[in-house]
Design a protein around this ligand. Structure first.
Ligand SMILES: C[S@@+](CC[C@H](N)C(=O)[O-])C[C@H]1O[C@@H](n2cnc3c(N)ncnc32)[C@H](O)[C@@H]1O
Length: 290
């Protein structure tokens, strides 16, 4: 055993006591971040190189600050995004919905599909689509200026390393309701991970104290923003265009009805996340609704 691995074991025990869900993984990831190595390379750090700042970061995690705020990074599909105060930390659940959209765009017989990401936050969904479907044109909408600054930072970061994303992601300071009126009836795919937590519901401290309120809460049933996304999608989509919207695990049936109760949607479907919980709804716009 190395000194660092001994310290990681102690830190994991401390994080477990503090109620952290994945204490060993978090202790290892903090150690890797502090020592600038991969998680699988911790045994290579020499005892003399042990950096005591490790324990300062463990104390932050024990106080339930999100791991991604401590390391400053969040992984999303093939991206490493910069995150911190003021922006929602992208979640693995959203990777599944984004993968669905990427697969549908791959099948679409459209040279340069127009895609709208409503509530882009860090830019996670828009950047992943731009990276994996390089011919797509992305319109990323975000009302919150703090979140938008993180999206700008991530888009610039990837504009350098992936030159084909340059100019293919447009960030828009707008509200879902009135966003992108000049694109009405032309968009091929609308995707959104909107706020969907019912006001007053319990969430872990990592969420309630660090994710921005505008990214979380959405009326008494949690569906206010999803209803607006439904209306905005019907306005933006061309006939045959697709929508995908994320929701909370207990909201699958309710979100299915948000779409099926309105005329003009067809092929409305519930989809599950990797844990087998209802997680997003997709539908096709017929072009014939009110
Ligand atoms: C749950 S976060 C999702 C962020 C990112 N798409 C992701 O999946 O990681 C929702 C985002 O929508 C933004 N938002 C909430 N209501 C909005 C509205 N009415 N108009 C525009 N953006 C909004 C929030 O500021 C937040 O960044």
């Amino acid at each position: 055993m190395s000194l660092l691995l001994d310290e990681v074991a102690l830190a994991a025990a401390r994080l477990a006591e503090a109620g952290v869900e994945s204490p060993r993984a978090d202790a290892e990831l903090i150690a890797a971040s502090v020592h600038h190595v991969r998680r699988g390379e911790l045994h290579l750090v020499k005892d003399g190189d042990f950096d005591a700042r490790f324990w300062a970061d463990v104390a932050r995690r024990a106080a339930r600050e999100p791991l991604q705020h401590i390391t400053g990074r969040a992984h999303f599909r093939y991206l490493e995004l910069d995150v911190g105060p003021g922006v929602f930390v992208p979640r693995p659940e959203t990777e599944v919905m984004t993968g669905w959209a990427i697969a549908r765009l791959g099948e679409m017989d459209v040279a340069e599909p127009e895609v709208t990401d409503l509530g882009t936050g860090s830019g996670a969904i828009a950047l992943a689509i731009a990276q994996e479907v390089p011919r797509a044109c992305l319109h990323a909408v975000e009302a919150d200026p703090l979140a938008r600054a993180w999206a700008e930072r991530n888009v610039s970061k990837y504009a350098e390393s992936l030159p084909y994303t340059a100019g293919r992601i447009m960030l828009h300071a707008a509200d879902f309701a009135g966003a992108l009126a000049d694109l009405d009836g032309t968009v091929d795919l609308v995707i959104s991970n909107p706020p969907y937590i019912p006001v007053g519901a319990y969430v872990d401290p990592e969420v309630s104290e660090y994710d921005p309120p505008a990214a979380l809460w959405s009326g008494t049933d949690g569906l206010d923003a999803i209803r607006i996304v439904e209306r905005t999608a019907r306005r933006l989509l061309r006939p045959g265009g697709l929508v995908a919207v994320e929701h909370g695990a207990p909201q699958g049936a309710a979100v299915y009805w948000v779409f099926t109760e309105e005329s003009g949607w067809r092929d409305t479907r519930n989809h599950k996340d990797l844990a087998g919980r209802d997680r997003f709804v997709t539908a096709t716009w017929s072009g014939e609704g009110a």
